[in-house]
Design a protein around this ligand. Structure first.
Ligand SMILES: Cc1cc2nc3c(=O)[nH]c(=O)nc-3n(C[C@H](O)[C@H](O)[C@H](O)COP(=O)(O)O)c2cc1C
Length: 188
């Protein structure tokens, strides 16, 4: 049960305040490598990332015109990773576009790897895709699916598994509402 979940999974949380400390390149590469080895539809690997760590570009990417007012806190991040996927490099089955599924698997690997290295992330879905593409010269046919800041949290990392339980897991639906054995509505 909860106690048995690996700490790296329990301790990942959305971090929205960062120290200005630069993230070492070797850590960035490790995190990208974790994202790279995620599963994908027919191993088509439609996901790509652009790392933004140059101050001039970072300023444009984190402006409120690009990421909306609600994400203005993003300015504190020393690095932003922009997640891109190519819909033509994946399949659609029963109406489900698998490039988005592949992207989710890769992004979760990325966030868990970052967390295990003591770095914070936060999935950002609210941004202006046209602006992001223009700033980074991303080809029109690709989709920017998400951004995440990457950096050292500006507060003690959450914390112990017990604290993470009270702060996070308790805000999730219960395991009984979430999962079933053998038949829908037959709670675990
Ligand atoms: C698809 C998606 C879009 C999100 N967009 C934003 C966003 O634009 N800004 C933000 O601060 N958090 C965003 N989040 C983070 C969620 O608010 C967060 O994951 C959720 O509240 C659970 O908290 P936790 O990540 O700390 O466990 C997004 C998460 C997902 C999966």
């Amino acid at each position: 049960m909860y106690e048995e979940i690996p700490d790296d999974i329990k301790l990942r949380n959305s971090v929205r305040r960062y120290k200005p400390t630069e993230v070492p390149i070797d850590k960035i590469l490790t995190i990208l490598d974790a994202a790279r080895i995620a599963p994908s539809w027919e191993n088509d690997q439609p996901v790509r990332y652009v790392v933004v760590n140059e101050p001039r570009v970072l300023k444009q990417i984190t402006s409120v015109e690009t990421v909306t007012m609600g994400n203005a806190w993003l300015k504190s991040a020393p690095c932003v990773i922009v997640g891109v996927a190519d819909p033509s490099k994946s399949g659609v089955r029963e109406g489900i576009p698998y490039y988005l599924v592949d992207f989710g698997a890769s992004m979760e690997n990325l966030m868990l790897a970052a967390s295990s290295l003591g770095l914070g992330t936060c999935w950002i879905g609210a941004f202006n895709e046209v602006r992001v593409k223009s700033i980074l010269s991303i080809p029109d046919e690709l989709r920017v699916v998400a951004l995440t800041p990457l950096g050292y949290p500006d507060y003690p990392r959450i914390l112990t598994p017990d604290e993470s339980y009270s702060k996070k897991v308790s805000r999730r639906i219960s395991l009984k509402d979430f999962s079933f054995f053998n038949e829908w509505k037959n709670p675990v």
